[in-house]
Design a protein around this ligand. Structure first.
Ligand code: GDP
Ligand code: IMO
Ligand code: MG
Length: 431
């Protein structure tokens, strides 16, 4: 297959970055299509850890084109810092291979101020956003007042638009949110400098990606967040402000549905969530704490401890449906070593009624009591396994049971954080 989308199947942090980095070896172009620097994708290569927020996780392979599609909301200052960091470590050497869509929207300081002030005011009802201004930037996009990279072509036009926005946002910040206003002059100074560095990367990325597909090149689409954080299909309102499902590839890049060959879903062998909202398979206490430590389950974007839960097959079946999933990559099986028995959610009890599918209203998940199936755990770590044959039998049984419950085959099994620590059962680019 030539075009593959990698999507998160839970509430983010499933290990997408590691899988994208691995698959990027076989791809020519790697494309982000939604979200912003609320994403944090961790790659471990030659013992060194990289956290990519906006730059696609193909960046660690020389010679691969990396594209930021129109569907993203990009903090231009954060992006330039990320590019500089990568260049310092010898990556992203060829500027001609890094592309930013003219149509992508820019996160401005007033978006960040609004995001944070709103969360503070919500108190106990806060969403637990990353505080990076993502929601307010998408709001402006839909309200047709957003600033896009194309606006930088004419800095006078950009300045006028920005000043108009700042006047309006400051009125809102001061009067409604009781927060500090932002300074238009400071933003314009920073953007004047940033503009010079950003301009060479601007590109008609829709045409660029389409041309690559037409030329028979392999294109990898890197999803951010997870399906349960999708604005339409996730646990609204405890979601992010973009579509995170595979269909967002099309709106977020400018290619059509007929151009995508496969959707690879990424899931942990258990579940985590950062931020508030329903999480039926969640558990707390000693076991959750030790799993959090073992799996290093602290948000790569904000450092917050991640909430911990069992693998939820009800959600996974739903996610397979909304994404038209070809196969599943299961990560972090090494982290489950020593937990015996393991539990898998196979249904819910909600107000006395049994559900083996996700309930029609996601709000009902707040009261969902999980129905578990128990599986024997394992005590022999699978960390050194590099093939199915080397995988301890009990790990194999667990993985096979998940595939059966979800109704999609397993393509990859993650047994460690390093690039090499993945058993590849099916490589979509080799199929
Ligand atoms: P993403 O946002 O989906 O890219 O995931 P994150 O990078 O935020 O979080 C996943 C974490 O798990 C990172 O720290 C990865 O290095 C790590 N990771 C990914 N796959 C595996 C695996 O199979 N085993 C272990 N132990 N760690 C993994
Ligand atoms: P990656 O790509 C985990 C969560 C936030 C919060 C909610 C809304 O690394 O998987 P936002 O700042 O987007 O408005 O916050 O969404 N969230 C993520 N959680 N991984 C992510 O990205 C996330 N992106 C957003 O924690 O609950
Ligand atoms: Mg992450």
């Amino acid at each position: 297959m030539k075009t593959v989308a990698v999507i998160g199947t839970q509430w983010g942090d499933e290990g997408k970055g590691k899988i994208v980095d691995m698959l990027a070896a076989d791809a020519d172009v790697v494309v982000r299509y939604q979200g912003g620097n609320n994403a944090a994708h961790t790659l471990v290569v030659d013992g060194k850890k990289f956290v990519l927020r906006l730059v696609p996780a193909g960046a660690l392979h020389p010679g691969k084109a990396c594209v930021i599609g129109n569907g993203l909301v990009v903090n231009p200052i954060a992006l330039l810092e990320e590019i500089s960091d990568l260049k310092r470590s010898g990556h992203l050497a060829d500027d001609a291979l890094f592309k930013i869509s003219y149509d992508a929207h820019m996160v401005m300081p007033y978006h960040i101020a609004i995001d944070r002030a709103r969360e503070q005011r919500l108190g106990k009802r806060a969403i637990g956003t990353t505080g990076f201004g993502i929601g307010p930037t998408y709001e402006d996009k839909m309200a047709r007042v957003g600033l896009r990279f194309e606006d930088l072509l004419d800095f006078k036009f950009f300045s006028e638009k920005l000043r108009r926005n700042v006047a309006e946002k400051n009125a809102y910040l001061k009067a409604i949110l009781k927060a500090k206003p932002v300074k238009a002059d400071e933003i314009l100074d920073a953007m004047k400098k940033a503009r010079r560095r950003l301009m060479p990367y601007l590109c008609d990325t829709g045409a660029y990606v389409s041309d690559a597909i037409d030329a028979g090149r392999k294109v990898l689409f890197e999803g951010a967040h997870g399906t349960m954080l999708d604005i339409d299909h996730g646990t609204y309102p405890y979601v992010t402000s973009s579509n995170c499902v595979a269909s967002a590839v099309f709106g977020g890049t400018g290619i059509g549905p007929g151009n995508l060959d496969a959707v690879l879903g990424i899931s942990k062998g258990y579940t985590t969530r950062v931020g508030a909202g329903p999480f039926p398979s969640e558990f707390t206490g000693y076991l959750a704490d030790s799993l959090r430590e073992e799996g290093d389950e602290f948000g790569s974007a904000t450092g917050r401890p991640r909430r911990i839960g069992w693998f939820d097959a009800v959600l996974a079946r739903y996610v397979a449906r909304v994404n038209g999933m070809w196969a599943l990559a299961l990560t972090k099986l090494d982290v489950l070593t020593g937990i015996d028995p393991l539990k898998i959610v196979v249904g819910y009890q909600i107000k006395g009624k049994h559900y083996d599918r996700i309930p029609p209203s996601h709000r009902m998940l707040i009261n969902a009591k999980p129905i578990f199936e128990e599986m024997p755990g394992w005590h022999e770590s699978p960390a050194s396994a590099r093939s199915l044959a080397e995988l301890p039998a009990k790990v194999r049984n667990y993985v096979d049971r998940i595939a059966e419950l979800v109704g999609v085959p397993i393509a990859m099994i993650g047994v460690g954080k390093e690039r090499e620590a993945t058993i590849v059962v099916r490589n979509p680019f080799a199929d």
